[in-house]
Write a protein that binds this ligand. Structure first.
Ligand SMILES: [Zn+2]
Ligand SMILES: [Zn+2]
Ligand SMILES: [Zn+2]
Length: 324
């Protein structure tokens, strides 16, 4: 069963997807469904002996191109809709072990090209309102297959936090005639205390208002709303920056830490937005080497408690970066 159920208190959709309970859960390495198919072995999701990057539709999707009619009936207060959308899996590398930090800049640059291509194709579907490119990394946050991969969800609505950002940015633009993200970036660059690093086209910092202890934002120096609006040099600089940030996070405690990475882009088909600005947000789930950040009572009410100061975590990350 799968459908969208309206949450009237929060005014947002909840996706039900009960068929996902049968998902493959932490398979042993030799049965990894994301590795290339070895000659003479059982066919994996990729029926080839090798690959560079692969994208395929999730076999246990939360959203489907041809979504079934909801099996439950809605009501005026609680409408239901088919869970129409697309869920894709992006395999970063044929290597089973590792993470983005192990990829070369060339490999990440190819990944950025693949993201751009998928973003453009999925954004063009009339039923798609938002394309979210993301990565969940680490079994601590529920990743069921360790093979390095990310995901793409094409939603038939704007996810609420994205909608909030888009709305705040639009309001700021109407009042001040400037992009909110450009202003915050300039403030961070000028202040410098929370800066991690910058290259020709991107800057990385822990935002003043970080919700997660080692949260890092990667922001395009030039105002652009989506991957498609970046040029070739800028996409290369993005790949370089993603490599630096992921290697820095790993170097912080010399261990692979669980994180969520989200690409924040303009809604589908909104090109050259004056108010929205492309950026990547990393939410690491460790608050210390051996303590995880849990989203508990206050966070469930919507208020994050960050046990660290952005100025201090940025300083630790800068040290980790210097030791790379
Ligand atoms: Zn694998
Ligand atoms: Zn901007
Ligand atoms: Zn954002």
């Amino acid at each position: 069963m799968s459908e969208l159920r309206w949450h009237p208190y929060l005014e947002q959709w909840v996706i039900t997807a009960t068929h996902r309970q049968e998902r493959t859960f932490l398979p042993p390495k030799e049965y990894c469904p994301l590795c290339p198919t070895k000659p003479g072995s059982v066919e994996t999701e990729v029926p080839y002996p090798d690959y560079e990057i692969v994208v395929f539709e999730n076999r246990f999707p939360s959203l489907q191109r041809n979504a079934p009619q909801p099996a439950v009936e809605g009501a005026p207060l609680t409408p239901v809709l088919p869970s129409q959308g697309v869920c894709e899996v992006v395999l970063y590398t044929p290597q089973h072990e590792g993470e983005m930090a192990d990829l070369t800049i060339e490999q990440i640059a190819k990944l950025v090209e693949v993201w751009t291509d998928r973003f453009e194709e999925l954004s063009a579907y009339p039923f798609v309102k938002y394309v979210l490119i993301f990565e969940n990394k680490g079994k601590e946050i529920g990743v069921t297959i360790p093979h390095p991969h990310g995901q793409i969800y094409a939603y038939p609505f704007l996810p609420p936090l994205i909608e909030q950002e888009v709305t705040s940015a639009r309001r700021y633009y109407e009042r001040h005639g400037r992009c909110l993200f450009c202003e915050v970036m300039e403030q961070e660059i000028q202040d410098g205390r929370r800066l991690l690093t910058r290259n020709e086209h991107f800057v990385a910092f822990v935002p003043f208002f970080a919700r997660f202890p080692y949260e890092v934002h990667v922001v395009s120096l030039r105002h652009a709303g989506t991957l498609s609006e970046l040029d070739q040099d800028e996409r290369w600089a993005l790949a370089e920056m993603l490599s630096t940030v992921t290697r820095t996070l790993r170097n912080l405690w010399k261990m692979s830490i669980p994180y969520i990475m989200l690409l924040h882009q303009s809604p589908a088909r909104e090109v050259n937005s004056a108010s929205y600005h492309f950026h990547v947000e990393f939410y690491p789930f460790n608050r210390t080497r051996d303590k995880l950040k849990y989203l508990a009572g206050s966070e469930q009410a919507g208020t994050f408690i960050n046990d660290t100061l952005a100025e201090e975590t940025a300083a630790s990350l800068r040290e980790a970066l210097a030791r790379l």
